[in-house]
Design a protein around this ligand. Structure first.
Ligand code: G
Ligand code: G
Ligand code: MN
Ligand code: NA
Length: 253
């Protein structure tokens, strides 16, 4: 509870940061986008992981306001990227189930995009299977409305949640993110079979596929061979503050 109080205070004091991890096209290795990832600076230990504080932010309800700030920050960066000649890059943001339960969520997303005058297709919403399964109808309706507005949609950590394949038909998806647990272990074995099946499924459904957690060259080559379109992982770049992202992009193009 003390930690929730600190999070609330630090968020109010604008101390949360949104870092970005580049995503590349697997053929050209050009940067095609990035995922926004929350960081909470902590004087003692550097940064507190979002794996620790996002659940607290959900438990306390703070995630609704934090999530709205993440959307604002992302649209602000999309606009800055455009002004710097990187208007083709997209920014993906993770959306919590609590944001979908907020009746104003759809209007908030549209308002932020308009406020920053962004190309809506450069904003991608990432949802996990568990978000869909928690509130299928609310999530499907919200995503259909936002997709109609032009926003892109990705399904995150694909293959790890409890899910039903039927939502793949009902959701207006653009991209399927192959969970890093399947990408990690590409030596012949079960993970490799799962990675291959997910990529094939994505391709056959007309979706783009992106491999998460690519750390080794062999993993990138293997995912490319399977027909995977894009990749994200330490092999290409770690999450970094926006101040480091700009020089990184300039060097890579
Ligand atoms: O950056 P890292 O791998 O430590 O992130 C850990 C987890 O925190 C991931 O599952 C990621 O989806 C989640 N996370 C990071 N940023 C956000 C955010 O802005 N909103 C939500 N809801 N989750 C986030
Ligand atoms: O939203 P999601 O659960 O996919 O969060 C992505 C998480 O994966 C982030 O916390 C990010 O820091 C982490 N990550 C990104 N690239 C790599 C990687 O190459 N290896 C590992 N182990 N983690 C990664
Ligand atoms: Mn994600
Ligand atoms: Na993921």
């Amino acid at each position: 509870l003390n930690m929730i109080r600190r999070l609330r205070n630090d968020f109010a004091d604008r101390k949360l940061e949104l870092w970005f991890q580049p995503q590349v096209d697997l053929v050209s290795e050009n940067v095609v986008g990035m995922e926004g990832l929350l960081r909470w600076p902590d004087t003692e230990s550097g940064y507190i992981s979002p794996a620790v504080f996002v659940p607290l932010a959900e438990y306390s309800g703070l995630i609704v306001d934090i999530g709205e700030w993440v959307l604002e920050e992302s649209c602000r960066r999309i606009q800055e990227l455009k002004n710097a000649g990187f208007g083709h890059l997209r920014v993906a943001v993770n959306i919590s189930i609590l944001q979908f339960r907020d009746r104003q969520f759809i209007d908030k997303v549209k308002a932020v995009i308009k406020r920053f005058d962004c190309d809506p297709s450069k904003l991608e919403l990432e949802i996990t299977e568990s978000v869909v399964m928690d509130e299928p109808q609310i999530v499907i309706d919200a995503l259909r409305s936002l997709k109609e507005f032009g926003v892109a949609i990705a399904i995150d950590d694909f293959g790890t949640g409890f899910s039903s394949m039927s939502y793949l038909q009902k959701l207006p998806l653009d991209r399927l993110k192959v969970d890093r647990s399947f990408v990690n272990d590409i030596t012949p074995g079960k993970s490799a079979v799962i990675a291959e099946t997910i990529v094939t499924l994505g391709n056959k459904l007309g979706l783009l596929t992106i491999a998460e957690g690519v750390e080794k060259r062999e993993q990138a080559s293997y995912m490319l061979k399977l027909g995977c379109d894009e990749a994200q992982g330490y092999l290409f770049a770690k999450p970094m503050p926006f101040s480091e992202l700009m020089p990184f992009l300039k060097e890579r193009t």
